[in-house]
Design a protein around this ligand. Structure first.
Ligand code: C5P
Length: 228
């Protein structure tokens, strides 16, 4: 039997949202379901890769054939990803929270009559993709995502450079994207463009599983040219 195209390749995938705690019962989150990231992890595993999936809190099952590490916060996701280096490739699909609160209250913040709402002080989270894209152990192939509601291509091209990625998979998450009825976030379909230094490739709307299979094939093709 012929070896699978990604046999012997170690690939890190991030997926899902992160949760940033405010106090013991509250957190900041976003609408990422983890469907696209988990599908990509599964598709890479089907091509024979040794996949390490770092997932934020999601309600979907761990994909078959993949080693999944569960984390909550961006800081935990970053530590998990960096502990998995070196790798042949890394695919950053997680919707990492851009900000966290400056500190986490040890007790539930109480609603006090007359005092008004608490002022939450926010600090920026680390950019996990940018950290790996510029890391001394940078994988040979680094893929990021860009979910935008406007200026999709221009933002994706800026991200390629800033984050040190080889590809940015850009998807329009605006309500006008035409992907419906529930849209891209949480839905089963996606419409993406692959942005690289050499140009933009537009893929037709398809299911998230189909996007995953096609991206896994593209990654396998690219890794063929990268000798370790
Ligand atoms: O800057 P933006 O959040 O739009 O970038 C999206 C890309 O960067 C995605 O691939 C996402 O997984 C990654 N990212 C990250 N860490 C962050 C923010 C984004 O890895 N703190």
């Amino acid at each position: 039997t012929r070896p699978k195209p990604l046999s012997g390749r170690r690939i890190i995938v991030t997926s899902g949202p992160t949760h940033e705690p405010i106090d013991p019962v509250r957190y900041i989150a976003n609408r990422s379901s983890g469907k696209q990231g988990h599908a990509i992890a599964a598709a890479l595993a089907r091509l024979g890769a040794d996949v390490r999936l770092v997932s934020g809190p999601v309600s979907i099952a761990d994909p078959a054939g993949v080693t999944t590490v569960h984390v909550e916060t961006a800081a935990e996701m970053q530590a998990a990803v960096e502990s998995l280096l070196p790798a042949d490739a890394a695919v950053f699909v997680a919707a990492v929270a851009d900000w966290r609160t400056a500190g986490t209250a040890g007790e539930k913040i109480k609603k006090v009559a007359g005092e008004g709402p608490p002022a939450l002080q926010m600090v920026e989270n680390p950019d996990i993709l940018a950290g790996v894209g510029h890391h001394k152990l940078r994988p040979g192939l680094v893929v990021g995502f860009a979910a935008e509601t406007q200026d999709l291509i221009r933002n994706a091209e800026a991200k390629l450079r800033k984050k040190g990625a080889d590809f940015i998979v850009a998807n329009d998450v605006s309500h006008e994207s035409g992907v419906g009825p529930s849209g891209v976030m949480g839905g089963d379909r996606n419409k993406v463009r692959i942005v690289s230094k050499t140009g933009v490739e537009e893929w037709p709307e398809m299911t998230k599983d189909e996007v995953a299979a096609r991206l896994a094939a593209l990654i396998a093709e690219r890794l063929k040219t990268i000798v370790v």
